[in-house]
Design a protein around this ligand. Structure first.
Ligand code: ADP
Ligand code: MG
Length: 280
């Protein structure tokens, strides 16, 4: 087993990065994959969104980046199927310390490499700014999912992100690629349709076929510290993130040709091959 590391990035805030990181992680777990969610945003939204309270956290992703004495395994909180490396507001200070520290932006990747054998997918939730933390995610990742919300400003910023990705690719992380662009908060409005058309015109097949519809259940779930699969398993949000998980599995399969999925009945099937009995 060697995990595929995916960062969910877009330096625009409020585009559903955290919502995607949390619910896609859980959808992949429901497909039988061993998943680690890494919260790399000092706001700790992903951490709290899956029910971990910030004041109970002893070691966090900040320790992983700054403290060599701490082992990668020590910062992992084992959850119900889904493991987490949490973030707390201390991460904001850690980011300031990273400035001017040699190769500090490569550390996260090195530390996560130590965990690759334990997981099939590692998903990183990123902060809404380009800076040392975002660069750490871009250096650690094999690929990126770029959520784009259905709004007038949605496409702005992608160009800036792509130029950053180009720099990283030429420098410290040649394997980095875009796994896909994801339309989020899709609805019946004209602006939503225009955003979709703009994505297809700009990025073609790189756009995930799955659109994440606007859904109250997706918005409510984090308040209960639950993913949408626990909060409202029959909702449109659960359906959409399951569909996205299938697409993601299909796309990363190229990198994991021999990976298998554990089914509920104990048997295994090759990763990415559709199966009617796959648990939802
Ligand atoms: P980011 O991490 O990019 O800042 P969030 O995931 O926190 O974005 O989402 C921003 C807000 O939009 C949150 O309140 C979230 O609950 C809400 N949201 C995200 N996706 C949806 C959706 N599909 N339908 C309704 N609300 C959503
Ligand atoms: Mg967020």
């Amino acid at each position: 087993m060697s995990a595929h590391i995916i960062a969910v990035t877009n330096q625009k805030g409020g585009v559903a990065k955290t919502t995607t990181a949390i619910n896609l992680s859980q959808a992949l777990v429901l497909n039988g994959l061993a998943v680690l969610l890494v919260d790399l945003d000092p706001q700790g939204n992903a951490t709290q969104g899956i029910g971990v309270e910030l004041n109970t956290i002893k070691l966090s992703v900040a320790d992983l980046i700054l403290n060599k004495e701490v082992s990668a395994a020590e910062v992992v909180y084992q959850g119900d199927g889904l493991d987490l490396i949490p973030a707390t507001p201390i991460l904001a200070r850690a980011e300031r310390e990273m400035v001017g520290m040699t190769n500090s932006e490569l550390r996260l990747g090195h530390r996560l490499n130590q965990l690759r054998e334990k997981y099939e997918v590692v998903l990183i939730d990123t902060p809404p700014t380009l800076g040392p933390l975002m660069n750490s995610a871009l250096n650690a990742a094999d690929s990126l999912i770029v959520p784009v919300d259905s709004s007038y400003f949605a496409m702005m910023g992608i160009k800036e992100l792509l130029s950053e990705v180009g720099e990283i690719r030429q420098g410290t992380n040649q394997r980095l690629r875009i796994l896909g662009y994801l339309l989020t908060m899709a609805d019946q409005t004209r602006i939503s349709a225009e955003t979709w058309d703009g994505l297809i015109a700009g990025f073609g097949e790189a756009v995930f076929e799955t659109k994440i519809r606007r859904s109250v259940k997706l918005k409510e779930a984090p308040a209960y510290g639950r993913t949408v699969f626990h909060h409202a398993p029959e909702s449109a949000g659960a359906e959409d993130y399951s569909a996205l998980a299938n697409e993601v599995i299909g796309r990363i399969r190229v990198d994991l040709p021999n990976a298998e999925i554990r089914l509920e009945n104990g048997t295994r099937r090759p990763l990415g091959v559709p199966n009617d009995q796959a648990p939802r």
